[in-house]
Design a protein around this ligand. Structure first.
Ligand code: NAD
Ligand code: 6OD
Length: 486
């Protein structure tokens, strides 16, 4: 049986306790590997290694040298593309067609983008007058924050982890990563790529385990960590924020959402249907930016529902190697239990099940997989848990609206504020409504279109801070002002 070990100070090491947990393939329920679970001892060792590495060759490198190494990391991922692809698809069950276009290329790009950015970003300088007339000059220098704890989720494992590790390393920090217990493999593989690319030992460390009372908590509570960056559920974000408060460590939190899609009658309906299909069902609905609430203006409501139903029913659910499959399983049977509990709740709350609502019949060993049907509901009250809580599955509720004012209020009615999507051909309306929506990201006539230089993050309970481009550099470095009296 394959074992997945921690990566600490440039070596793969097991847990002193010998404690292991199962890594299971959600496509068929089969065991992929046994994963070592870190105790405080391994987390301590990883943080110590990361602290020491700040003072080693990594800390003395020029920005150009560091950036060249990060380019080699990206090249290293691309050179082992198939291995990363296989690992990511086994851990998550997602279609290879998606992971080969999104997860793995973005995992590599995250290193190049931030390496190039750090080489070209400038800082501020101010001349000032002094009473003696000689003057002074102020200038800012960017310094690494120190040891960064990275805690990442399972839905886009390599992409979301490297989205943090890329800029953290570009800024000269060292990292200890705690990947999701559901998807440890690509984070583990990256250790070897780092080594081969010439990343000094101790700069990139990985500890495996769970959240509470396990590696996640031990890492985020660790007093020798300087900053914590986290992507995951809002409730976990609260716990991590409390842990980081001790010692006044800065946090960057990318959290949950219950994102709205607003479809005006003046939209291009073909594009709105195609976009909503993606935003509701891509990655089996396990995208934080996905739209589980769809508001459609009344004149096109019936046509929209009928066409989205036809679209959902045309989706093929299958295993990663099936090039004709649009959707894989959910990440785990545990997550499937959660999603199916909302499918049942929708019926209890009086929803009309437009399509789906259950488990598809799958052939052979896929019958043991964590598959669910893409599902659409109408007719739920605005306060149903199905409409107010994040489900993180391939499903959406569609509700009619009449006016712009009404739909803005509906879209803003929840404590989340990650993203929103507008479908309209009226530019003035697009500008007006996007300004009123309480969300960190608003897409107009598109969805999940990402320029990595733009600010990414949520409002309200969907997060704190922004990452992306220079916003990542703000979090992963400290600005120091130097004032020289002339
Ligand atoms: P999760 O919060 O359960 O877990 C995320 C990570 O946190 C895992 O590595 C987990 O082990 C760790 N963790 C859990 N409890 C912890 C604790 N007490 N202390 C320290 N670490 C702990 O989230 P998930 O189920 O892996 O991911 C799905 C969630 O992530 C959804 O809510 C989704 O919206 C959100 N998400 C948000 C974004 C974003 O950018 N805003 C992106 C992807 C996913
Ligand atoms: O594209 C990104 O950088 C990003 N953070 C995507 C998040 C997706 C959430 O599931």
């Amino acid at each position: 049986m394959k074992e997945i070990k921690h990566y600490i100070n440039g070596e793969y090491v097991g847990s002193a306790s010998g404690r292991m947990f199962d890594n299971v393939n959600p496509v068929n329920g089969q065991l992929i590997a046994q994963v070592h679970e870190a105790g405080r001892e391994e987390v301590d060792a990883a943080v110590r290694a990361a602290r020491a590495a700040l003072k080693g060759p990594w800390g003395r490198m020029t920005i150009d040298e560091r950036a060249a190494i990060l380019h080699r990391v990206a090249d290293g991922i691309n050179a082992r593309f198939d291995e990363f692809l296989e690992a990511e698809c086994q851990d998550t069950g997602k279609p290879k067609a998606m992971a080969s276009h999104v997860d793995i290329p973005r995992g590599a790009a995250n290193f190049k983008v931030f390496a190039d950015l750090i080489k070209n970003v400038s800082t501020e300088a101010f001349e000032m007058a002094t009473p003696d007339g000689t003057g002074a000059i102020n200038y800012a220098v960017r310094r690494p924050k120190g040891v960064i704890a990275v805690v990442s989720p399972w839905n886009l494992p390599l992409l979301l982890m490297t989205w943090k590790v890329g800029p953290a390393l570009a800024c000269g920090n060292t990292v200890v990563v705690k990947p999701s217990e559901e998807t440890p493999t690509t984070t583990a593989l990256l250790g070897q790529v780092m080594k081969d690319a010439g990343v000094p030992d101790g700069v990139y460390n990985v500890v495996h385990g769970f959240g509470g009372d396990s590696a996640g908590a031990f890492l985020t509570e660790h007093p020798d960590v300087d900053g914590v960056t986290f992507t995951g559920e809002t409730r976990t974000g609260e716990i991590i924020m409390r842990a980081a408060a001790k010692g006044v460590r800065q946090v960057s939190l990318e959290l949950g959402g219950k994102n709205a899609s607003v479809v005006f009658a003046d939209c291009d309906l073909d594009k709105a249907i195609e976009g909503t299909m993606r935003s509701a069902f891509l990655n089996c609905g396990q995208v934080c930016l996905g739209t589980e609430r769809v508001y459609v203006q009344r004149p096109i409501f019936d046509e929209f529902v009928a066409r989205l139903k036809a679209g959902a029913e045309s989706l093929k659910v299958g295993e990663p190697n099936d090039a004709s499959a649009n959707m894989g399983p959910l990440v785990s049977h545990k997550h499937r239990d959660k999603v199916l509990s909302y499918y049942r709740k929708a019926v209890e709350d009086g929803a009309t099940v437009v399509t789906g609502g259950g488990v598809p019949q799958m052939p052979g060993e896929l019958a043991n997989g964590a598959f669910v049907q893409p599902t659409i509901w109408t007719g739920l009250a605005d306060d149903s848990a199905v409409v107010t809580e994040e489900i993180f599955g391939p499903c959406c509720h569609i509700r009619p609206f009449d006016t712009e004012e009404e739909v803005v209020e509906l879209a803003n009615s929840l404590p989340y504020g990650l993203s929103a999507t507008l479908w309209t051909e009226n530019v003035s309306r697009a500008h007006r409504v996007s300004g009123q929506l309480e969300a960190g990201i608003v897409w107009v006539n598109s969805w999940f279109l990402r320029d990595l230089r733009t600010a990414f993050g949520g409002s309200k309970q969907s997060g704190i801070g922004r990452e992306g481009g220079v916003h990542s550099l703000e979090f992963y470095s400290e600005m120091k002002n130097v004032c020289i009296k002339l």
